[in-house]
Write a new protein. Sequence first.
Length: 302
Amino acid sequence: MNTVTHPESPPAPVLQRFRSALISTAGHCKIACGFCFRADRAHGFLDIPTYTRALSRLKETGVEAVCLTGGEPAHHPNLRQLVRLAHQFGTSVSIVTSARDPDDVNRLADLARLLTNVTVSADSAGAMQLGRTSRSVVSAITTLDQVPAAERLLHLTYWNLTADECQDIYERVDDSGVQIQLSPVALDDAALQRAGYNFYDYLAQQRKDTDLLGRYFQLTPRFQEHLTTLRTMQLYTERRPSCASAALYVSASGEIRRCPYGKTGVSVHAPRAEISRFLHAEPRDRTTPECAAICRADNTFE
């Protein structure tokens, strides 16, 4: 028997699999960094019923891990419950934090054994000046030393580095045994004007900083590719690709998005069919430098 084929028929669409989700625990943050990547800015914390519903829907989608972010997750009044609920759904949980206050750090330390990863954000001296922050590398490592999670990571946002500073960061990271992840400061046109830079000076400073870091750290090919992607997106906005991240985002109000900065989303309280249609529809969001910095999953090891 001959088999009749129909080459003109389109192949069945491949459904994108979402493996993890970034969950905003609050729309506000007392730390208020000048170049914060926070996608949502509103008062109030993620409530437990909405969070529980989100975990249920994410689990049905295939999500295996969630990362609690903010605002500042250490400020959430029910942080322990957030972590324990994730475990009840069989989902691993990690945290991204800027915690420096002793009470916040102690709260995280009490949860360390329940966390697969703790990432503490820090800024270089130039980035602290630019963003009006006080998140130094020294204070970040102090926090990491007190929160003995299975994996500890220092996320450094850098700008206008010096050789002496890179040497100091290298030695501190080496002594502490933590991993390091690097991100250049991401500035939009308005922020560039406020900082007194033009776009090409900004790119030149990025390259200078990267060259300095490369003398002290072995920059991975994925990190180098990330920098090239950022420069391309900044130079050619029309070439920005559609979002293809395997990570979802859940806002503190309970909206699931394909991208933290996405213009479209679906409530976790919507019917399952509606959530499924949203997740498997063609993505409408374009990748931006800000969301590329949030969603990339690349570590730069010393």
